[in-house]
Write a protein that binds this ligand. Structure first.
Ligand code: NAD
Length: 374
């Protein structure tokens, strides 16, 4: 009963017409920022995350400490725990689910391919099941797909109509599978579903496994960084997208999500089909990874020791470049932060969080310090 009281309080909106949102992956980079933004504007947020050790769990705990200070409860649970999800949906009348929990990154598949299937396919089904089976009305679901579904496309910028049948990594394949599964849950169960294809998201409280983050750590430590060239020698370009822009896109997608209609039920009455959407959330201006490094060098005031290697195929795609006109049309999405500005904010956060001279494993100690760097 105490458990139910706590989660109900966390999920209760503070403004009239406010949402009640279940955020999965709330201890993660994007989930943390979206939870903060939703809470800030008066929506109710309940987070859920399994705090896995894919990257430093201390960073996840510190994000969650900040969320807790703002009244957001994050449950330590796995999206594959169907009994727990059923209990949650029975206890709280969520209006929306923002599903961001996933196994991210493309290269980790070489070590643990099954983790992608467990979280991104089985876990997605688990979340859609719980949402669809919740008695009237089922929540609307907004979930994270990925720009990686564009795979080996070379005709940029990518619009949502480009082909997505050539995933270059297992990660991309599971996101593509997720989009197919979304179609099924929309079709059979009348679930309102919006998929968001994020393009290389970066910023404060980011993911240590991503290049801009690990390069920063290594440059500060005087260690060499490895820059990849594609197997054909081509430079790698990424449509780096600043976290605040992505958060605005997620909130815009939630704000314009229609209600689920629920399963047809066989009463013979034809219902209007539930909403099914997919959007690019990118920055629309790809930058060579080498340029990202030179921006970091300027910000850090140090030169990187670079190894440039041509890699055997490892799941990376040569470039990403978003066309975001659909998201702009439907919810006014417009990226506003260029890479130099966004990296500047990241470096500022990084230096404060880790301390300039301390090791990369150091963590900020006090709640005050954490709050100061949010
Ligand atoms: P992240 O790894 O920081 O966050 C994901 C969170 O989900 C983690 O905290 C992890 O502990 C949790 N999680 C993983 N499996 C889980 C499970 N089975 N049960 C419960 N929790 C689980 O990653 P992120 O960068 O915040 O990404 C958020 C979403 O956006 C993911 O779906 C990711 O695939 C997608 N995405 C991210 C980017 C990017 O550049 N950051 C790009 C494209 C797509």
């Amino acid at each position: 009963a105490a458990w139910e009281r706590d989660i109900r309080r966390s999920a209760a909106p503070r403004r009239p017409e406010g949402f009640s949102v279940l955020v999965t992956g709330a201890a993660g980079f994007v989930g943390f920022h979206c939870s903060l933004a939703l809470k800030q504007r008066g929506d109710g947020v309940l987070g859920l995350d399994n705090f896995n050790a894919y990257y430093d769990p201390t960073l996840k705990r510190d994000r969650v400490a900040l969320l807790a200070a703002r009244g957001v409860v994050v449950l330590d649970a796995d999206i594959n725990d169907a009994a727990l999800l059923a209990r949650l949906f029975a206890a709280v009348p969520f209006s929306h689910v923002l599903h961001l929990a996933a196994q991210a990154g493309v290269r980790y598949a070489a070590q643990n391919p099954q983790s992608y299937i467990a979280s991104n396919v089985a876990g997605l089904v688990s979340v859609f099941e719980a949402a669809a089976k919740r008695a009237d009305p089922p929540p609307a679901v907004v979930w994270a797909s990925s720009s990686s579904v564009y795979g080996l496309n070379t005709d940029a910028p990518f619009s949502e109509l480009h082909r997505t049948d050539r995933p270059a990594s297992l990660y991309a394949a599971t996101k593509k599978a997720g989009e197919a599964i979304a179609h099924t849950y929309n079709h059979i169960y009348g679930l309102s579903i919006t998929g968001l294809r994020f393009f290389t998201v970066y910023g404060p409280w980011g993911r240590p496994d991503m290049a801009y983050f690990s390069f920063t750590r290594r440059i500060l430590a005087g260690k060499p960084i490895t820059l990849f060239r594609m197997p054909d020698g081509a430079a790698v370009l990424r449509d780096f997208t600043y976290i605040d822009d992505v958060v605005r896109g997620c909130l815009g997608a939630l704000d314009t999500a229609e209600k689920s209609t629920g399963a047809a039920g066989g009463a013979g009455k034809k219902k209007a089909p539930a909403q099914l959407r997919v959007y690019n959330l990118g920055n629309t201006s790809p930058v060579p990874v080498t340029k990202m490094v030179s921006l970091l060098e300027d910000l850090l005031g140090r030169k990187a020791k670079k190894n440039v290697v041509t890699l055997p195929q490892n799941g990376d795609v040569p470039f990403t470049h978003a066309n975001v006109s659909l998201a702009e049309r439907d919810f006014g999405y417009r990226p506003t932060t260029d890479l130099a500005t966004g990296l500047g904010k990241f470096v500022q956060w990084y230096v404060k969080y880790y301390g300039v001279h301390s090791a990369a494993t150091a963590t900020a100690r006090t709640e005050e310090e954490l709050t100061a760097s949010a």
